[in-house]
Design a protein around this ligand. Structure first.
Ligand code: SAM
Length: 277
């Protein structure tokens, strides 16, 4: 497998050229808002791709709970509470305490869990892309998978903004490749096995509304619900990975795949490592 990070790690064979059809149960929840001043075509296309309505303005009768629109140069997800506050986009800035160089040092619990010899990683539950971007900035070759077409649109926008960053262009780097689809299916068709598959599925919260839960994760949970098929995803990941599967879990949750080979403790969470062979 190529170690050249400027070439995207493609791992899986088919790259869908457009997201799969939106599921009807979600379609009633979300709409696209055309903010007025820009070209309307990309907004029409986005609404068509997702199979959801396009609005130019909202009123109290608007039935949807979530909205996608462009603000401050980013594609943003809003709920009714966020409409006046700004909204949520994929944050491409390094997290607090993360070194602003590339590749950033491979230290901390996540890097320990990924393993010293690991080069290629698939993040099969990309979500807001925060773990993916951390993994990418540490210099691993990364392929991202996300099944929600809404999150895939937000990620594609974030990765496009990442590609425009000076440091990315100076270093001739490409953002990670993103596949939209269910990882349980996509992991079966891999051409190249990754060293490691990383999983961070949605676990039921300990309490209904945790004061500690980030707004971005609360919105994700409200939009998508818990990932009920995480055991199946774990089984698929264990088959597809060459060397290890890493599962990020809240510290109160039982290990997803039974007793792990190793565990690394983070703040209120754990990285459980399942080694193969
Ligand atoms: C808790 S979030 C991940 C957060 C992410 N680690 C981050 O740093 O932002 C879980 C995400 O995994 C996605 N997901 C869960 N099961 C999946 C599957 N089988 N295939 C692809 N994506 C999946 C969900 O749609 C959701 O967006």
């Amino acid at each position: 497998m190529s170690a050249n990070i400027s070439q995207q790690y493609t791992g899986a064979a088919p790259v869908p050229d457009r997201p799969a059809a939106y599921t009807p149960s979600l379609a009633i929840k979300l709409a696209v808002i055309y903010p007025g001043q820009d070209d309307s075509l990309p907004f029409q296309q986005l609404a068509e791709r997702l199979g959801v309505p396009l609005y130019e303005s909202l009123n109290s009768e608007t039935p949807e709970e979530f909205f996608l629109t462009r603000r401050d140069g980013c594609l943003k997800l809003l709920d009714k509470e966020l409409l006046k506050k700004g909204g949520l986009a994929v944050d491409i800035e390094p997290r607090n305490g993360e070194q602003r160089s590339w590749p950033a040092p491979k230290d901390g619990a996540l890097a320990q869990a990924l393993g010293r010899k690991t080069k290629t990683v698939i993040d099969a539950t990309t979500g807001w892309g925060q773990d993916s971007l951390h993994i990418f900035r540490m210099g691993y070759e990364l392929l991202c998978i996300e099944r929600s077409p809404v999150m895939a649109e937000l990620l594609a926008d974030g990765f496009a903004r990442l590609a425009q960053q000076d440091w990315m262009q100076r270093l001739n780097l490409c953002p990670p490749l993103l596949l939209q689809g269910n990882a349980i299916d996509l992991l079966v068709n891999l051409e190249n096995q990754p060293d490691c598959i990383y999983l961070d599925p949605m676990f039921p919260p300990k309490r209904k509304k945790s004061a500690l839960a980030k707004k971005s994760m609360m919105v994700l949970r409200d939009l998508l619900g818990d990932d009920q098929d995480k055991e199946q995803l774990f089984e698929a990941a264990l088959k597809a990975a060459e060397k290890r599967v890493v599962v990020k879990s809240p510290d109160y949750a039982e290990p997803l795949g039974g007793k792990p080979s190793q565990s690394f403790q983070g703040k209120l969470l754990r990285y459980d490592v399942y080694l193969k062979n």
